[in-house]
Design a protein around this ligand. Structure first.
Ligand SMILES: [Zn+2]
Length: 100
């Protein structure tokens, strides 16, 4: 399964149209929170009671999206974070998480 169209909607969601005609709307905030890169995973793992999430709007808005091979997209966020590669299977999994 691969996307035939990817579009940022209202600076808030990512619309993915899959090759089977199905569509998923993924919240950008959620995508960033589940960023699969090593830095973010390490960051999430070290969270404890003293951890204060510092959140800015730039973290949740998209600067650009690049295709990576045939299996993933790279999202470049407006705060400059660009190490997250979102595999298509991972995006599918996230959409299941979000959709009721
Ligand atoms: Zn990350």
């Amino acid at each position: 399964m691969y996307p035939v169209k990817i579009k940022v909607v209202k600076k808030k969601d990512l619309l993915i149209v899959w090759d089977d005609g199905k569509q998923d709307l993924l919240n950008l905030k959620m995508l960033r929170e589940f960023c699969p890169c090593a830095i973010c995973i390490a960051e999430r793992e070290k969270q404890n009671k003293l951890y204060i999430p510092i959140i800015t709007e730039n973290q949740f808005t998209v600067k650009s999206i690049n295709q990576v091979g045939k299996y993933a997209i790279q999202i470049v966020w407006n705060d400059g974070h660009d190490t997250g590669l979102y595999e298509y299977t991972f995006l599918k999994k996230l959409s299941g998480k979000e959709n009721r």
